[in-house]
Design a protein around this ligand. Structure first.
Ligand SMILES: CC(C)(COP(=O)(O)OP(=O)(O)OC[C@H]1O[C@@H](n2cnc3c(N)ncnc32)[C@H](O)[C@@H]1OP(=O)(O)O)[C@@H](O)C(=O)NCCC(=O)NCCS
Length: 187
C-alpha cells in the first residue's frame, strides 16, 4: 500500500484512515442527521467495507478521501477528498470532490477549509492532470451546495442528472452537479 500523503491547513490535518477511525466513522454514517440526504444510514459492516474501499482508492489512483482531524481538539471528525465515482453518467469519467463530517463539527467552516486543500492537491497532480473537478448532491442539501459555492464551483441546471445508483422514482434520485475548472497558471 502506498502511504497516504498528509496535508495541513490552518486548523485541520488531512491524513490517511487508521483502524481506530472505524468506530467514529461508523457513528457518523449511522447518524440520521448526517445521512439525511442519502438513501439510508449505514451499518457497521457497510462502514468497514467503505473504509477498505477508501484505502484501495488511494492505492489505485494516488488520491482519495482523507480522514479529517482537528489537532488538539478531535482526532477524527469525518472525511474530505477526491474520488472517481463508481457509476456512469454524462459527466463521467471524472474526479469528484466530497465531504462528510460529524454533526458536532458542522458550521465552523471545516468542510470548506478541508476541501480547499483537496482542490489544491487535485490541481497539483501530474498523473492524471485534472482539468476539472466536479461535485454533486441532491437539490435539498443546502449545506453541501453552499460549500460548493464557496469553493467557486458553478452549477448549470443542464448538468442535473438522475443518480444511476438510486432507483427510479426515489425522492433522492435527482442530483445537481457543480464544476470547477483548473485555475489558469500564472504566465
Ligand atoms: C455538508 C457538510 C460537510 C458541511 O460541513 P461544514 O463544515 O458545516 O461546512 P462549512 O461550515 O464549511 O460551510 C457550510 C455553509 O453552509 C451554510 N449553511 C448551513 N446550514 C445551511 C442551510 N440550512 N441552508 C443554507 N446554507 C446553510 C453555512 O452557513 C455555511 O456557509 P457560510 O460560510 O456562507 O455561512 C456537513 O453539513 C455534512 O457533513 N453534512 C452531511 C453529509 C453530506 O451531506 N455530505 C455531502 C454530500 S454531497
Amino acid at each position: 500500500m502506498r502511504p497516504v500523503p498528509e496535508r495541513r491547513t490552518a486548523r485541520l490535518l488531512l491524513r490517511g484512515f487508521r483502524g481506530e477511525d472505524l468506530a467514529p466513522l461508523a457513528a457518523l454514517n449511522a447518524d440520521p442527521r448526517v445521512m439525511e440526504h442519502f438513501p439510508a444510514p449505514m451499518s457497521l459492516e457497510e462502514t468497514a467495507a467503505q473504509l477498505a474501499r477508501f484505502r484501495q482508492h488511494w492505492d489505485e489512483h494516488g488520491f482519495g478521501w482523507w480522514a479529517v482531524e482537528v489537532p488538539g481538539v478531535a482526532p477524527f471528525i469525518g472525511w474530505v477528498g477526491l474520488a472517481r465515482p463508481r457509476f456512469e453518467a454524462h459527466f463521467t469519467p471524472c474526479v469528484e470532490i466530497g465531504w462528510r463530517l460529524a454533526a458536532h463539527a458542522w458550521g465552523r467552516g471545516y468542510a470548506t477549509e478541508g476541501a480547499r486543500e483537496a482542490l489544491q492537491f487535485g490541481w497539483a497532480l501530474q498523473a492524471p492532470r485534472l482539468e476539472e473537478i466536479v461535485a454533486f448532491t441532491v437539490p435539498a442539501n443546502a449545506r453541501s451546495r453552499r460549500v460548493m459555492e464557496k469553493l467557486g464551483m458553478r452549477h448549470d441546471p443542464r448538468d442535473d442528472f438522475e443518480h444511476p445508483r438510486i432507483p427510479p422514482g426515489h425522492p433522492l434520485r435527482r442530483h445537481v452537479l457543480s464544476r470547477v475548472r483548473r485555475p489558469t497558471e500564472p504566465a
